[in-house]
Design a protein around this ligand. Structure first.
Ligand SMILES: [Mg+2]
Length: 115
């Protein structure tokens, strides 16, 4: 299993080798990430709940590719601003714990402002 630093370096090298950083403004990266995350959603479009939980192997492979595309753009945006996504995600979980106290939110799909 590779680590995040290795992945970040590979992503940087991929763009640098192709002189693509000129196209990778945060705005363009955010748009690209949104497109790729839509490709994730497209794989589930029109499936039943049950079908979505049991994708065939070829669809799981497609899902893996689209999640990777989304993740790469996410990491590139974070890299641009020097955001450590692991720290940021852990911090956000703490914030979400305050927004969604277990007592109020357990078993509920309501948004925090409706709890
Ligand atoms: Mg894609």
């Amino acid at each position: 299993m590779e680590n995040l630093s290795t992945l970040k370096l590979a992503i940087r090298k991929f763009a640098k080798d192709r002189d693509w950083d000129q196209f990778h403004s945060p705005k363009n990266l955010a748009m690209a990430m949104s497109v790729e995350s839509s490709e994730v959603a497209e794989l589930f479009q029109w499936l039943t709940e049950d079908q979505s939980k049991h994708l065939p192997k070829d669809k799981v492979n497609n899902l893996s590719d689209e999640l990777a595309d989304t993740y790469i753009y996410l990491l590139k945006i974070a890299d641009h601003y020097g955001i450590d996504l692991i720290s940021a995600a852990l911090k956000k979980i703490k914030k979400n714990e305050l927004k969604y106290p277990v007592k109020k939110s357990r078993g509920s799909a309501k948004k925090y402002n409706e709890l």
